[in-house]
Design a protein around this ligand. Structure first.
Ligand code: PLP
Length: 243
């Protein structure tokens, strides 16, 4: 089932690229593996889909070792608390996609510097203005990128967003357009240490729209692994608890 779902996702990406006149090689599939058991993640890795991401450091720590034999590339896409940075850096993470505030970036930079490491990051933008979601406000994004660009161990590679979730998928399109506009505005400023090559946007429901609007990374969970038992608010909203 997972293999078939992955094939269906690849086909959706191809179709969206054809519609948008883009090359499918420009779009990477990232598997959002929160709540998914390691044996099922392994099936996806064996099928060749090796870019994966967790939302919580603790969940990553439980799964990490069992997945290493398949040589995955790990990103991190969840809300990151400053007191979890140290734990996260125990793992080989290629990119943290959810940097949304300067104090978090500073603390990450300090730890990386002490370890003589660098880290690719994306800046998470709250393009839907929903209070329950993390991310820097769109109008504050350029300033935040400018500030973080001074932290030499952090390599800003682009922007990430979660589009407005709605039964009408088209509601997400303005969010993706906004992220693309911000990318272009930041490119014009031409800051040292900042490349704006990646736009991480689009999930199971709206990946097609995100690709039409320029996504280079789509983050897919349910369309590959099925529905989750936890509500997304458990991962996206700090005050939420499991019922
Ligand atoms: C869970 C999650 C996804 C994947 O969502 P689906 O709707 O299951 O595809 C993408 N991005 C983030 C940040 C997530 O937490």
């Amino acid at each position: 089932m997972i293999t078939r779902n992955l094939q269906a996702i690849s086909q959706r990406i191809k179709n969206a690229c054809t519609k948008a006149g883009r090359n499918p090689h420009e779009v990477k599939i990232l598997l959002a593996t929160k709540t998914v058991a390691v044996d099922r993640i392994q099936l996806a890795l064996q099928a060749g889909y090796t870019l994966i991401a967790e939302n919580k450091v603790q969940e990553l720590s439980h799964k990490y070792t069992a997945l290493q034999q398949f040589h995955p590339t790990h990103h991190f896409i969840g809300h990151l608390q400053t007191n979890k940075i140290k734990d996260l850096l125990r793992y080989n993470i290629a990119c943290i996609q959810s940097i949304d505030r300067f104090d978090l970036a500073c603390k990450l930079h300090q730890r990386l510097q002490a370890q003589e490491r660098t880290m690719d990051i994306l800046i998470q933008v709250n393009t839907s203005a929903e209070e329950s979601k993390f991310g820097v406000a769109p109008e504050r994004t350029i300033d935040l990128v400018q500030q973080i660009s001074n932290l030499t161990s952090l390599k800003i590679k682009g922007l990430m967003t979660i589009g407005l979730l709605s039964a009408d998928r088209e509601q997400a399109r303005p969010c993706f357009r906004l992220l693309k506009q911000l990318q272009q505005q930041i490119r014009v400023v031409n800051m040292p240490n900042v490349s704006m090559s990646e736009l991480s946007m689009g999930m199971s429901a709206d990946l097609d729209i995100a690709i039409e609007e320029g996504a280079t990374i789509v983050r897919i969970g349910t369309a590959v692994f099925g529905e989750r038992n936890y509500p997304d608010s458990y991962y996206w909203n700090e005050s939420a608890t499991i019922q």
